[in-house]
Write a protein that binds this ligand. Structure first.
Ligand SMILES: Cc1cc2nc3c(=O)[nH]c(=O)nc-3n(C[C@H](O)[C@H](O)[C@H](O)COP(=O)(O)O)c2cc1C
Length: 181
């Protein structure tokens, strides 16, 4: 188990090869989310999945939002946004839905655990990878409207998934900071 956790890596858009992931992989990732620890089982998250046929729509929303908010747009950033349509297979939009029953920080922690579950399922695949990204106009009014969020819900970014030719496993981490008492 420790090896699986250590070998889990984020794979970024520039690494994606344009392959489309099978829907069963998306379903396995989404099913894993509800096994996160969750105080009072509030399960404070839901997801909207952008399938390949809808990529152009979300790409245009993110691009228009970027151009409207940047008077001096960066061509490299524009290229990265274009990749959402051409290289990213699916986009899982991560939606936080606080219950009001337990402290909000506990529910944000639960959401993080849910995304880790999804990462671990994705990491079982040798030819697909992805990462959690919090940029790209996350939770902006246009994204909130696109995702049909309730006023209490928050868009906590995206899980981008794409085909990978060379899956990385190696990374460095320091020793954990621990006091044995
Ligand atoms: C809440 C959260 C937000 C993140 N947002 C971004 C992001 O906007 N852009 C990005 O490149 N990576 C983002 N990441 C992924 C990290 O860059 C990545 O986890 C880190 O580089 C460590 O790599 P690893 O996941 O392969 O261990 C995010 C990760 C988390 C947990």
């Amino acid at each position: 188990m420790l090896d699986k956790i250590k070998n889990r890596r984020s794979h970024f858009t520039r690494e994606f090869n344009g392959e489309i992931a099978p829907k069963s992989l998306l379903q396995d990732m989404l099913n894993s989310s509800i096994w996160a620890p969750s105080h009072k089982l509030t399960l404070p998250f839901r997801f909207s999945v952008v399938e390949p046929n809808s990529r152009e729509k979300i790409k245009n929303i993110i691009l228009d939002n970027y151009l409207q908010n940047n008077s001096n747009p960066d061509p490299k950033k524009i290229e990265k946004i274009e990749w959402i349509q051409t290289k990213v297979s699916h986009v899982i939009c991560i939606i936080f839905k606080p219950s009001g029953i337990v402290p909000e920080w506990e529910e944000v922690a639960s959401l993080g655990a849910a995304i880790q579950n999804m990462y671990l399922i994705l990491n079982e695949q040798s030819d697909f990878g992805g990462y959690w990204t919090t940029g790209n106009g996350m939770n902006s009014p246009v994204l909130r409207s696109f995702l049909k969020l309730k006023s209490t819900e928050i868009h906590y970014g995206y899980f981008f998934i794409g085909g990978i030719d060379n899956k990385r496993t190696i990374a460095n981490r320091p020793q954990p900071s621990v006091n044995w008492l």
